[in-house]
Design a protein around this ligand. Structure first.
Ligand code: FPP
Length: 245
């Protein structure tokens, strides 16, 4: 689904913001702290940004919490990241629900611990009918693998006679992705000065504006988010007259 250009009028936030939260390790290193301290402060930044998005009226927020490549990190760090996610879900779920947030996860469930899968199921079930911000957590997520899985699902549909090859178009393909039903991100933000997509939302990024900021994720504030949204709006004003590609 393409982002709606007409939802970017003055004072309107982007409908869907996706964030590559980068720089936790460097934040900790600069303070001679263990990497886990950076991830802990990163989790605090997640709370700030979710709240800010709710209050600003953003409809969809996707956070890249753990990529399929992150398993290559030392086992202790993987455990720390999974532990923080557990803690976040256990501590925040009822508050998210109270604030009408719908929680969804994208990514592969393979390799995830049973209790994490149970927390995912619980969060999605509890918040399914909520109508406020949709918070999408990308966990064990990789864009290429998501595309391959969609191809497999489409091939199975064709094989079973449910779909004709000539009927496969962009919208059919998008519906087979894990983000089916979610509009594509209008803005993809990456912190810490790195300027890569790192296998994040490859298909969905087709029309996104990229905003790169130098701030390390643990330091990322509501003010930083508002500045990124301003940057997004400036670009929209500059190119607003062009027809959709
Ligand atoms: C990148 O920093 C960040 C991550 C790999 C994980 C992001 C995770 C969190 C913010 C914590 C928990 C998440 C939730 C949703 C509660 P890095 O370690 O790659 O930093 P570096 O590039 O400076 O080493």
């Amino acid at each position: 689904m393409q982002p709606a250009r007409n939802n970017t009028a003055e004072n309107q936030p982007p409908r869907h913001i996706a964030i590559i939260m980068d720089g936790n390790g460097r934040w900790a290193q600069a303070r001679n702290l263990p990497r886990v301290a950076g991830h802990q402060r990163g989790a605090a930044a997640v709370r700030r940004v979710v709240r800010a998005c709710r209050e600003l009226g953003v409809q969809y927020l996707t956070l890249y919490a753990f990529s399929s490549e992150n398993w290559k990190r030392p086992p202790g760090e993987v455990d720390d990241l999974m532990g923080l996610l557990r803690l976040y879900m256990r501590k925040e779920l009822s508050d998210l629900n109270k604030h009408n947030v719908r929680v969804r996860f994208i990514g592969e469930r393979t390799r995830l611990a049973e209790d994490i899968i149970a927390l995912i199921d619980e969060a999605e079930a509890l918040t399914r009918a909520n109508t406020g911000l949709t918070l999408i957590i990308a966990l064990n997520y990789g864009g290429q693998s998501e595309i391959v899985s969609a191809c497999r699902a489409i091939a199975r549909d064709v094989q079973a006679g449910r779909l004709k090859p000539e009927d496969i178009d962009e919208s059919v393909f998008a519906a087979h992705l894990q983000t089916g039903g979610i509009p594509d991100p209008d803005m993809i933000l990456r912190t810490s000065g790195e300027q890569r997509l790192s296998n994040f939302l490859l298909w969905q990024a087709a029309y996104a504006e990229f905003v790169f900021v130098d701030t390390l994720w643990p330091d990322f504030s509501r003010r930083n988010l508002e500045e990124a949204i301003c940057e997004f709006r400036r670009r929209e004003r500059r190119y607003g007259a062009r027809p959709d590609e």
